[in-house]
Design a protein around this ligand. Structure first.
Ligand code: G3I
Length: 349
């Protein structure tokens, strides 16, 4: 069977997120699939600040070291995720001993130590960093995170500058979700072009591909690819998965008050997908890959957010214990038909 990375070699890299069990050697089948089909890896969780520096000054390298070693052994592009993110950041980052917010100076110092230490350790080995993650809201305004509240907009510029100083050769990205939304698109373009005007080194924009069967619209997604490419930057499709289940925001505004009821109501596929749903899933991926092919001069990597359906975060979001089928390989580690379709298409677009 033809491998995805081979089929895509004239287009873009094909990446996948690895989790901690896999890096612990508890899931060799997933690593085999990774070696066969992917030429880029991303750390799903083990490089986030809460994981890598859970206590100030105490760095935990175990998983991150294994992640980098695996990529090197297999000649892969190694992508670090993520340096500055409001979520999964440890509380100590923002507060003093009394529990009050730290000053701007202290927070910048903590960012400096964190970024210098993490990027510095893997200098020349981790090829790209998601420097800042998810700081613009869907309407284009700034997320009121602690970074924003304490430092202001400049925290993004500071983060990119520090990362660049720590490894001048690493490619540096901004990464976000819901990028097809017009407000978000405009907000991100505004923020990034401001960075460019100030001479900040930024190499690309990651568009998270957490999509459903019917949202977002391909047209809007395409407009965002165009807008980001027009900035002269690499466009990355990051965190790709196609959920077959309705999302709450897409579910007539349903409120999740009862997990079990919600699960029953919107999760008709606990015993496996229907033929119709399988087909829709397949076609949805193909629509996206046709779009990615069209922009392969700009898109440098397409990354899946997990190896098999069993590994997907979507099984626990927005409520725990759902059964979703968003990825290319099923729970028995078998390639779905869409793998061959994507490979065939990329070889003969
Ligand atoms: O490792 C612990 C385990 O020891 C514990 O028993 C278990 C019980 O809750 O939790 C485990 O940690 C969980 C971790 O995933 C590993 O499974 C965390 O609670 C859970 O919050 C964490 O979720 C991750 C999520 O980011 C939150 O940071 C997902 O795996 C990860 O896929 C997801 O990825 C994010 C991207 O980084 C940014 N974009 C959105 C994307 C999806 O939310």
């Amino acid at each position: 069977p033809v491998s995805l990375k081979e089929a895509a070699k004239n287009h873009f890299k094909i990446g996948v997120a690895l989790n901690e069990r896999q890096l612990n050697g508890m899931d060799d089948k997933a690593l085999e699939i990774t070696k066969q089909h992917f030429n880029a890896i991303v750390a799903e969780n083990c490089m986030k600040s809460g994981r890598i520096q859970p206590v100030e000054g105490e760095f935990v390298w175990e998983h991150a070291d294994r992640f980098v070693a695996f990529g090197e052994e297999n000649n892969m592009e190694i992508n670090g995720h993520t340096l500055i993110w409001h979520s999964q950041a440890p509380r100590w980052f923002f507060v003093d001993d009394e529990g009050n917010d730290v000053s701007k100076e202290v927070l910048i110092e903590r960012m400096r130590t964190h970024i210098n230490t993490v990027v510095g350790r893997y200098k020349g080995r981790v090829h790209t960093w998601d420097v800042v993650n998810e700081t613009i809201l869907d309407d284009g305004s700034w997320r009121q995170s602690k970074f924003y509240e304490i430092i202001g907009e400049d925290f993004v510029k500071i983060a990119f500058t520090l990362a660049h100083e720590a490894d001048p050769d690493a490619r540096l990205f901004y990464n976000d979700y819901s990028m097809a939304k017009p407000g978000k698109r405009e907000g991100v373009v505004k923020m990034v072009s401001n960075l460019q005007k100030q001479g900040v080194k930024i190499d690309g924009i990651g568009m998270q591909g957490h999509v459903g069967l019917d949202h977002p619209s391909l047209e809007e997604f395409e407009k965002s690819i165009q807008a980001f490419a027009a900035l002269g930057l690499e466009v990355l499709i990051t965190e790709m998965d196609v959920s077959v289940l309705p999302s709450p925001s897409n579910h007539q505004g349903a409120e999740i008050t009862d997990t079990f009821e919600y699960q029953k109501e919107i999760n008709p596929y606990t015993e496996g997908l229907t033929k119709e749903a399988e087909q829709e899933f397949h076609d949805r991926y193909m629509d996206f890959f046709r779009l990615f092919d069209k922009y392969s001069d700009h898109i440098t990597r397409v990354t899946f957010w997990g190896v098999t359906d069993g590994h997907s975060w979507k099984n626990n979001f927005p409520v725990r214990g759902r059964t979703d089928y968003p990825l290319l390989f099923d729970r028995s580690y078998q390639a779905k038909p869409v793998v061959k379709s994507i490979a065939d298409f990329l070889q003969n677009p």
